[in-house]
Design a protein around this ligand. Structure first.
Ligand code: AMP
Ligand code: GLY
Length: 427
């Protein structure tokens, strides 16, 4: 079968690497892809939001299965576009339609959904720009820190956590009336601060059945000791050592089942990945957020552990036959360390030559922001490479990744050397 993956990050390279291992995969395409996907698939220079160009490629290359990596095309309705186009209705596409994608596309939609289905999450209220007074009064009923969330997609930057109420009120105004996050901030969700430790859980659903993929924990802040600005993710480990079987049973019973059943009850078909950002408060799980795609860099640690044939798995998802699948999970741990461009997540330089990739043998090297020019691999983004290794536990896997990274060099490279240390302190 010919397959197309949409996206260009480490997540998409990891998916391509896995799908390529299936004997059922004939030609594999990635749009637009990166220097890593180019080695194992055909990159197509198409923007993930250019639905007409995607259609043309699907028809020309006789593509039968499409996997959508990032959230924006999902929220913009790429799956509706496929389902409604006569030439594309037979193509299997893995991802939710726009309505279901609102679980990620609108914080208010997600919170209201959780409220309707009694799914544990932080207490909240949402406000629009004509409700600043009410919003300030609601803030006064809460204890610091104050959590403000722009309703719409804001590339991971739309959440503010503030200690001081005057600052919280000022930021509220910046978002609601001064366009700090553009249209994403037309509404703001204010919620209670949850104190605990975060982890992510991933569910693959065909709308009726679901499979729970391995858990992961990502490291979001740029600086060691979890300091500094938020990034798209500086590394990830899987499984999460503090996600005990008892805790995961609670996640399944209180969160996953009510989510899948709630979508069914409301007749919102969901085909694809539900990525549930969780806070473990004491021994109980609370939902921080839903995403309607896999995480990046979590995918780079989770997908290598799922031993199933991914063409069969994605096909079953698209055809509503996930009940016929048994997941086969590698019992080893996998850890991913992300190498970034110096300066990220603020301004950084692109186009630096990456050396030494051919000398890495103990780890998987997934490309994130790279491109190939005249046979050389150049940096082309903030997050450049994701180095994944297997190990008996997350630490052993991390050590292997760090060792592999000694072979890699580009100007101004940076990575966190402290991944996993927070967990040792907890043990
Ligand atoms: P989100 O974009 O919803 O993932 O939020 C970004 C980050 O803000 C999360 O990964 C958490 O670290 C933090 N966060 C979001 N909501 C809360 C909350 N209610 N309590 C504590 N931390 C939160
Ligand atoms: N690593 C977090 C995300 O993919 O949203």
């Amino acid at each position: 079968m010919n397959i197309l993956i949409l996206g260009s990050g480490g997540r998409e390279h990891a998916f391509a690497w896995k799908i390529k291992q299936s004997p059922r995969c004939d030609q594999l395409f990635v749009a637009p892809g990166n220097a890593g996907t180019m080695e194992i698939a055909t990159n197509l220079p198409i923007d993930v939001l250019d639905f007409q160009a995607i259609k043309k490629a699907v028809v020309n290359h006789e593509i039968q299965l499409v996997l959508v990596g990032p959230e924006v095309p999902l929220v913009e309705g790429i799956c509706n576009f496929f389902h409604n186009d006569k030439q594309l209705t037979d193509v299997m596409i893995v991802g939710p339609e726009a309505h279901a994608a609102q679980l990620e596309g609108s914080k208010e939609f997600a919170k209201d959904f959780m409220f309707r289905h009694q799914i544990p999450t932080a207490a909240y209220q949402s406000f629009s720009s004509d409700q600043i007074g009410d919003a300030c009064r609601f803030l006064e009923t809460l204890q610091p820190p104050y959590v403000l969330k722009a309703d719409g997609l804001a590339a991971g930057k739309g959440v503010l956590i503030l200690e001081d109420i005057a600052e919280a009120k000022a930021e509220l105004k910046n978002i609601l009336t001064d366009g700090k996050f553009g249209n994403a901030g037309n509404k703001v969700v204010i919620e209670e601060f949850l104190k605990g430790i975060e982890l992510s859980c991933f569910v693959l659903t065909d709308g009726k059945n679901y499979k729970i993929l391995p858990t992961a924990k990502d490291y979001k802040r740029i600086g060691e000791g979890d300091t500094g600005l938020n990034t798209g993710g500086m590394g990830a480990i899987s499984p999460v050592p503090f996600a005990t079987p008892d805790f995961l049973k609670k996640v399944e019973n209180r969160i996953i089942i009510p989510t899948v059943e709630g979508l069914k009850k409301e007749e919102i078909p969901f085909v694809g990945f539900i990525f549930i950002g969780l806070m473990k408060v004491g021994d109980d799980p609370f939902v921080i957020e839903y995403n309607v795609r896999m995480g990046d860099p979590e995918t780079e640690a989770v997908i290598p552990r799922v031993k199933n044939d991914w063409v069969t798995l994605l096909e079953a998802t698209s055809l509503g036959k996930l009940n016929e699948i048994n997941l086969d999970i590698d019992t080893r741990a996998a850890s991913t360390v992300v190498m970034v461009s110096g300066g990220y997540p603020e301004a950084y330089k692109k186009g630096e030559i990456i050396l030494g990739l051919e000398n890495v043998h103990q780890s998987m090297v997934f490309h994130a922001g790279t491109k190939e020019v005249d046979g050389e691999v150049l940096t082309d983004g903030g997050r450049v490479l994701a180095i994944t290794s297997f190990g008996q536990n997350y630490n052993d896997a991390l050590e292997k990744s760090y060792k592999s990274m000694e072979n890699i060099f580009y100007k101004n490279m940076y990575y966190r050397r402290d991944l996993g240390l927070d967990l040792q302190e907890r043990m």
